[in-house]
Design a protein around this ligand. Structure first.
Ligand SMILES: Cc1cc2nc3c(=O)[nH]c(=O)nc-3n(C[C@H](O)[C@H](O)[C@H](O)COP(=O)(O)OP(=O)(O)OC[C@H]3O[C@@H](n4cnc5c(N)ncnc54)[C@H](O)[C@@H]3O)c2cc1C
Length: 451
């Protein structure tokens, strides 16, 4: 602002009389001038600063970035390339359509060929079913970038590349691996993983009701599976069943279209609606002995698969929280109330800083967990603690993010509502909060509290 003249005549020359006339129609000008002339020097300085602020161009605000400590700056070039490739795909291809598919309870299957082109599974696994040296970290980074925009896409990938692939990689014969793994790496054959049952969630290891019985060179499967992601369109589902004769848990590759195998999509979910979860019925379903996973060593193999994938679910919590935080920050910088961006209010900053703390600490936790897994040091309880902590911190973060949006926070179009709802599923699958807590509790006390 140019400094006003002290000479009364020059001062009169500087005054815009038309503007003064307009102002006098709105306020009592003599009274206003009288009040201004009685202001103290300090009050005048404050007023002058206020007027000056109104004339300045708006300051550029920082771009939202949930990686506050730059923890992802230390990645290798390949890890960065893959991460940014996933980010681009999610922002350009998934974000524009995800609300529509989420609302319709449908997975956008037309995106599978585009996902194939990203060549992600081969960044994690080799064709023979062994892991790449940085497999857990790479999978975590991919998951993080999926979930930053949409958790359902991460679940599609995690069920196929994690649960289903690992079942064959750990439990399959050389021949089974050669038949399925290359096709799975290229997303030419899509897999699902059928463990949970209507009556057997947390206790499925002890109370598995689905049965298998040998009959010559085939097995007969009977029972039900619930919540099986991708199973409505997968080429096969790995079905876990208890051997009627020996009591042992066995795994089978059940191909889509096998007589006696029926899948019904579960409707009415309030979370992860873009994931197609199936309820599977097996009625006298005959599977050849050649499709029994030959190297499965009872429940031990199933548990090993779950341990491998639990780290990925912990990463889901980080990605989802990070996405919600960045959305909330952007909204707080732009949404104005009482003449200011709501991000200028102390209570809103408190929400944002709390969210950022959660994102930062859980990101550190998962980076360390992946490092341990890739070094062969991760035990069940390590993955379980990460799942417990990230899911809980994510739940807190998405709630604060949603709150930051006020009423708009419950509208799908503002995006944060989907993160809010999806977190409820993260919280409960791949071992509930309680079950993972019991796993950690048993490890640290040496005493089992499982009933
Ligand atoms: C969206 C979604 C996708 C899924 N995808 C798959 C999939 O692809 N394949 C698959 O096989 N499964 C899948 N699941 C199933 C998932 O793994 C189970 O939901 C989970 O294991 C919990 O089982 P449950 O839902 O039957 O809960 P329950 O086991 O019935 O538990 C209910 C409550 O009781 C608590 N509880 C149970 N036992 C104990 C105990 N001993 N001590 C203390 N508390 C206890 C639990 O923590 C929970 O709070 C999916 C689930 C969801 C929601």
């Amino acid at each position: 602002m140019t400094s006003p003249s002290r000479n009364p005549l020059e001062l009169l020359g500087q005054i815009d009389l038309e503007a003064l006339g307009r102002l006098s129609q709105k306020v009592d000008l003599p009274a206003l001038l009288g009040t201004a002339s009685r202001l103290s020097d300090g009050q005048l300085k404050q007023l002058s600063r206020l007027l000056d602020r109104g004339n300045r161009p708006p300051r550029a605000l920082p771009e939202p970035d949930g990686d506050f400590y730059g923890q992802l700056d230390d990645l290798t070039e390949e890890q960065q390339v893959v991460r940014l490739r996933v980010r681009g795909f999610m922002e350009e291809r998934v974000a524009p359509i995800m609300n529509e598919y989420w609302s319709r309870d449908e997975f956008p299957r037309h995106l599978i060929p585009e996902l194939r082109a990203l060549d992600l599974p081969r960044r994690v696994w080799n064709e023979d079913g062994t892991h790449k040296p940085d497999a857990t970290l790479m999978e975590g980074l991919i998951t993080l970038e999926f979930c930053r925009v949409d958790v359902s896409t991460a679940v599609f990938f995690g069920v196929h590349t994690g649960l289903a692939f690992a079942s064959i990689a750990l439990g399959g014969s050389a021949q089974q691996k050669a038949e399925w793994l290359p096709k799975m790496l290229d997303l030419e054959a899509i897999g699902a993983f059928g463990l949970t049952e209507p009556e057997g969630g947390s206790q499925v290891s002890q109370g598995m009701r689905t049965t298998c019985q040998r009959d010559g060179d085939t097995w007969i499967l009977n029972g039900e599976k619930k919540w099986i992601g991708n199973s409505t369109f997968s080429d096969f589902t790995v079905i876990w069943a208890r051997d009627v004769d020996t009591g042992e848990v066995r795994g089978f590759i059940v191909r889509a279209g096998t007589p006696g195998y029926r899948v019904q999509k579960i409707a009415g979910k309030i979370a992860l609606r873009m994931v197609e979860n199936g309820q599977i019925t097996l009625e006298g379903c005959r599977v050849p002995e050649s499709d029994r996973l030959q190297e499965v060593r009872g429940w031990r193999t199933t548990a090993e698969v779950l341990r491998l994938t639990r780290a990925g679910v912990a990463w889901q919590g980080v990605g989802c929280a990070l996405g919600a935080y960045e959305l909330a920050l952007k909204y707080a910088q732009t949404r104005e109330q009482f003449g200011k961006p709501i991000g200028a209010f102390q209570l809103i900053q408190n929400h944002l800083v709390h969210m950022l703390g959660n994102v930062t600490t859980t990101l550190s936790l998962c980076l360390r967990l992946s490092q341990m897994a890739d070094a062969g040091l991760m035990r069940d309880e390590h993955a379980a603690l990460a799942k417990v902590v990230t899911a809980a911190r994510c739940r807190e973060t998405v709630a604060l993010a949603r709150e930051t949006f006020g009423g708009n926070g419950i509208l799908l179009e503002y995006l944060v509502a989907k993160h809010f709802a999806d977190t409820e599923a993260i919280y409960s699958y791949e071992g509930t909060n309680e079950i993972n807590t019991l796993v950690v509790g048993r490890a640290v006390t040496g005493l089992s509290a499982f009933v």
